[in-house]
Design a protein around this ligand. Structure first.
Ligand code: M6R
Length: 621
């Protein structure tokens, strides 16, 4: 939710900030802006350019503005307080012109603060909580300067202001008096410091500066960073100095590039043979009968004590949790509960003693999941995670976990992160299964099946043209149903979510048998039903559901790995999957659903990578 960026160094800041904003745009794209100070020219007004709309629009304005300066901050917005407008775009400048601020988060007590500041003569141009914080910092800054403070006045003004603030923030602050210094601070919104050769950057995540900075420092909540081109220092809100931990950046900048693909979503769908390979690499035992994980921080003896597992996540990650339940219950025979992280954190649900908690999140920053993780930890449970972003807040606060190694996922609609989450969950099922009742031979069979997965995914992707044709035929429909049984039910939910997110078509996922308990009322010639009908005990049940849809003149799109078992003429369209072990079928069945929603969205002229109202990483409640 909102991306912030800062640069201080020897180069022109404008183009570097714009490049960073483009890479952060997936975090929010209601408006964008940047402010640049000319290094060495103290008291020069910062040059601010901001505009409602995409970074592309901002780029044109920045070119026309001929900005000059080697220090600056930028912002791409996902609106919370205040509508989408030029005035509400960041950065915000305090009414005395002294302070410039970009902010990600929500200042909850902004109204009270605004009223107090108005009484002191500060004025406001926007409806945002951020402008309140800019003025509050300006107030403390002016008072500190009056008291003849010279040393780190801006940092101290930020510290004093944040002590008055309730809510969440990741901020980047400039002052006109010290135009080569940026102050950053975080609480509840991610912020990373990039350390380069004679230059520093600050950003909401490393994708913004991967390739430019050599090292990164992941800031913790309650920390303030002061940086100029040569130095940086980190301290806490209570002004204790913090020794920085420098890490290498593992993502390459080209991982976040589009290449020849028209959209990130399509690129990421086609990345899946490689991203799945990455998720399994090095994670099989030498004898090929089980999985192994380096970062669980729990020994086999402890893991064998686990009586119950609770999976927590949001959105697509929650769907991965539901599949994890099926896999772990089926292969390891451990009972699994799944909860929306946002519900778990408030429900105070009783957990059994030997419950192991897993949080699942691509970004590792989703606030609901992070708070659920914190709540489970407060209650004394061991919390492991399945995460993509290395160094994310969840990664730093959990007790251990498994990285999915999907690389940067830029498309707002999650694709390759989801299939990697499901794969990791399947490997957890194998791991726990082998600790319990699963035989060596069954373990070997499952490992072989998982190893074949990237090749099978390639086969499904080879059928993209057929799926595109089907998508075009149904792109004008306004409602879709997605049906599946058992582990294909969460796959159906994921198919419906993808379609909703990027094409704005109303879509619902159901366990196929539930259709007759209500959703069947929707069925008509204009409401296609996508049925995932796989070989096995549920096939006949799925065929009955298809008959019920056909009897009501509903078009049917079947996704199946046994086309020969589907009576001729029953399905209007058939998407065929290659034969495979049951344990990888949820992943294989997901790929055509991703492609279907992608091509439908394209046919409807939707902005696939930046769907309306959404943001990639939801760091507000
Ligand atoms: O980063 P996370 O995995 O925690 O994100 C959770 C959801 O916000 C996310 O999966 C969302 O539902 C996606 N837009 C789905 O495509």
């Amino acid at each position: 939710m909102c991306g912030i960026i800062g640069y201080t160094g020897k180069q022109e800041a404008g183009p570097i900030l714009l490049d960073g904003l483009q890479r952060l745009e997936y975090r929010g794209y209601d408006s964008a802006g940047l402010a640049v100070c000319r290094g060495g020219s103290a008291h020069a007004s910062p040059q601010v350019v901001k505009k409602a709309g995409r970074v592309e629009v901002l780029s044109r304005l920045v070119k026309e503005a001929h900005l000059r300066g080697s220090c600056g901050i930028g912002h791409t917005r996902w609106a919370t307080h205040g509508r989408v407008s030029d005035n509400n775009a960041h950065p915000h400048v305090s009414s005395d012109g002294a302070i410039v601020l970009a902010h990600n988060g929500v200042i909850e007590n902004f109204l009270q603060l605004r009223q107090s500041l108005e009484k002191l003569g500060y004025t406001f141009q926007s409806e945002t909580d951020t402008e309140v914080l800019a003025n509050l910092i300006a107030l403390h800054y002016a008072r500190l300067k009056e008291g003849n403070g010279t040393h780190n006045v801006l940092e101290e003004a930020v510290r004093q202001s944040l002590a008055e603030v309730e809510g969440t923030y990741g901020i980047a602050v400039l002052s006109v008096d010290d135009p080569e210094t940026i102050i950053g601070a975080r609480k509840g919104s991610p912020l990373v410091l990039g350390v380069g050769n004679g230059e520093k950057m600050l950003a909401s995540d490393v994708t913004a500066f991967a390739g430019r900075m050599q090292s990164v420092v992941y800031l913790d909540d309650g920390q303030i960073v002061r940086m100029d081109r040569d130095n940086f220092s980190i301290s806490t809100l209570s002004n204790e100095s913090v020794a920085p931990v420098l890490s290498k950046i593992t993502w390459r900048s080209e991982d976040a590039e589009l290449g020849d693909f028209p959209h990130y979503m399509l690129k990421e769908i086609f990345d899946q043979p490689a991203s799945l390979e990455n998720a399994m690499r090095g994670r099989f035992s030498q004898d090929g009968s089980t999985a192994q994980f380096g970062g669980l921080n729990m020994g086999p003896r402890e893991l064998r004590q686990v009586d119950r597992i609770l999976f927590l996540g949001c959105g697509t990650a929650w769907h991965a949790c539901l599949i994890a339940k099926h896999m772990i219950e089926k292969y390891a025979r451990i009972p699994v509960d799944v909860d929306y992280a946002s519900e778990f954190r408030y429900r105070n649900s009783p957990l059994e003693k030997n419950t192991l908690v897993f949080t699942v999140s691509q970004s590792g920053e989703t606030l609901d999941t992070l708070e659920a993780q914190r709540e489970a930890k407060r209650k004394g449970y061991r919390v492991l995670s399945i995460l993509n972003v290395v160094g994310s807040t969840m990664a730093r606060e959990n007790d251990g976990g498994i990285y999915q190694h999907s690389g940067p996922e830029i498309g707002v609609a999650s694709t390759k992160a989801f299939t990697a989450q499901v794969l990791v969950a399947t490997m957890i099922a194998l791991y726990f299964g082998r600790m319990r009742d699963m035989s060596f031979a069954d373990g070997r069979e499952m490992v072989d099946a998982v190893r074949e997965l990237p090749g099978l995914v390639k086969q499904v992707l080879a059928g993209a043209a057929n799926i595109e044709k089907i998508a075009r035929k149904y792109a004008a429909m306004n409602d879709f149903l997605f049906l599946g049984r058992l582990e294909m039910f969460p796959v159906a939910l994921e198919g419906a979510l993808k379609l909703k997110e990027i094409s704005y078509i109303h879509a619902e996922g159901y366990p196929a048998a539930e259709m007759k308990h209500g959703p069947i009322a929707l069925i008509c010639g204009k409401c296609p039903t996508v049925v995932i009908a796989m070989k096995g005990e549920m096939l006949k049940k799925c065929l009955s559901s298809i008959q019920e849809v056909k009897a009501r003149k509903g078009p049917v799109i079947v996704i199946t790995n046994c086309p020969g078992d589907i009576p001729a003429g029953l399905a209007d369209e058939t998407i065929v999957l290659p034969p495979s072990h049951e344990c990888v079928q949820p992943i294989l069945a997901t790929i055509p659903l991703q492609l279907l929603s992608y091509y439908i969205a394209v046919a409807r002229g939707c902005d696939v990578d930046k769907p309306r109202n959404l943001a990639k990483s939801v760091t507000v409640e």
